[in-house]
Design a protein around this ligand. Structure first.
Ligand code: DOR
Ligand code: ZN
Length: 353
């Protein structure tokens, strides 16, 4: 098989940033073969109100007019049940929860879920989705660190699902066998996104290699095997959410050591290459196109195209960098090093119609 034709994909977890970085990244959504994406709200300041979400959406639509942007709000103390109802009416699709301090712009993240139960109740009634960054903060006294932070979070997922069984909840960017098992064990209202990079990386690939560092960190080979297995099974509650998270290279290489892997421009070529490496190419369409749309009950997509992927002779390489800025938007400029920079990919996009 040397060609694959699928509908344009659904990326249900993406960071599109703001300012000059947003200007560079956003047009690549459609170029990477994606026509609908679910946009993360961890900007500065965070996207916490309906007005902010709509203003951000308008900026993104101006940069990528064919793409459908599903917007989210940042869970924090200022978010009220009233704001949830207003947001739902305006088409905002969900709310993202970041535990405090675990990743980029999570300083105003949450410390306990109980106080948000009135918000969750309103979300359940309005059909909004709760997106969970599933890690607890490191606590060395209690032997909690990045390697077990996800596993130790899973009790929160189970508790929220038990208390709000009709609320759609997504465990975002799962990285562990324990997470896969937990999501499988819960009801149909619980879904799970898996990134492209977590299907490829294990801990050895990021320790000392800043461009593969992301949160949650890639774990053991057995964890990666569990992520691959659930995709091979074609489990419909596990779907693509790339967590593509561009940072200027100097902020990943420098003392900030920003977490995030940038995959947006080549998401389908990466995914086809990686799925084929573990004999799951037949799941590309379900995982990248169908299951995410079904979970979000997408009915209002502006455009769905057809993507044709063709096999390369391993003569198609990921760019080393993507430059941004220099157009005077916010004075920021630099370059972003993408996932698998400079590496050959087995598949590339031939056309998108
Ligand atoms: O690696 C990550 N980068 N994980 C996150 O949860 C946030 C993201 C970002 O915004 O940079
Ligand atoms: Zn993310």
């Amino acid at each position: 098989m040397d060609t694959i034709t699928i509908p344009t994909a659904a990326d249900m977890h993406i960071h599109l940033r703001q300012g000059s970085l947003m200007n560079m990244v956003t047009p690549y959504v459609a170029e990477g073969g994606v026509s609908i994406c679910y946009v993360m709200p961890n900007l500065q300041p965070t996207v916490s109100t309906t007005e902010q979400a709509l203003a951000y959406k308008a900026e993104l639509e101006a940069l990528a007019p064919k793409v459908t942007f599903y917007m989210s709000l940042y869970l924090g103390p200022s978010l009220t049940p009233e704001e949830i109802r207003k947001a739902a009416k305006a088409g905002v699709r969900g709310v993202k929860s970041y535990p405090r301090g675990v990743t980029t712009n999570s300083e105003s993240g949450i410390e306990s879920y109980d106080i948000y139960y009135p918000v969750f109740k309103a979300m359940e009634e309005e059909g909004m989705v709760l997106n969970l960054h599933g890690e607890i903060p490191s606590d060395h006294e209690k032997n909690v660190c990045v390697m077990n932070a996800e596993e130790k979070f899973l009790g929160h997922l189970k508790q929220i699902h038990t208390d709000f069984p009709k609320l759609k909840i997504i465990l975002e960017h799962a990285t562990t066998e324990a997470a896969v098992n937990m999501v499988k064990s819960l009801g149909d209202t619980v879904g799970c996104t898996i990134t492209v990079h977590h299907l490829q990386l294990v801990v050895d690939d990021w320790a000392g290699k800043c461009h593969n560092f992301c949160k949650p960190v890639a774990k053991f080979p057995s964890d990666r095997a569990a992520l691959r297995k659930v995709i091979k099974e074609g489990h419909p509650r596990f779907f693509l959410g790339t967590d593509s998270a561009p940072h200027p290279s100097h902020k990943k290489e420098g003392p900030e050591a920003c977490a995030g892997v940038f995959t947006t421009p080549l998401v389908l070529p990466y995914l086809a290459t990686i799925l084929e490496s573990f004999d799951a190419l037949d799941q590309l369409r379900g995982f990248a196109c169908d299951f995410g749309r079904a979970f979000y009950e997408v009915k209002d997509e502006k455009w769905v195209g057809e993507v044709k992927l063709v096999r390369t002779n391993k003569d198609f390489n990921t760019p080393e960098t993507y430059a941004f800025g220099g157009e005077g938007v916010d004075g920021e400029s630099g370059k972003v090093v993408p996932f698998m920079a400079g590496k050959a990919l087995a598949w590339k996009i031939a056309s998108i119609n």
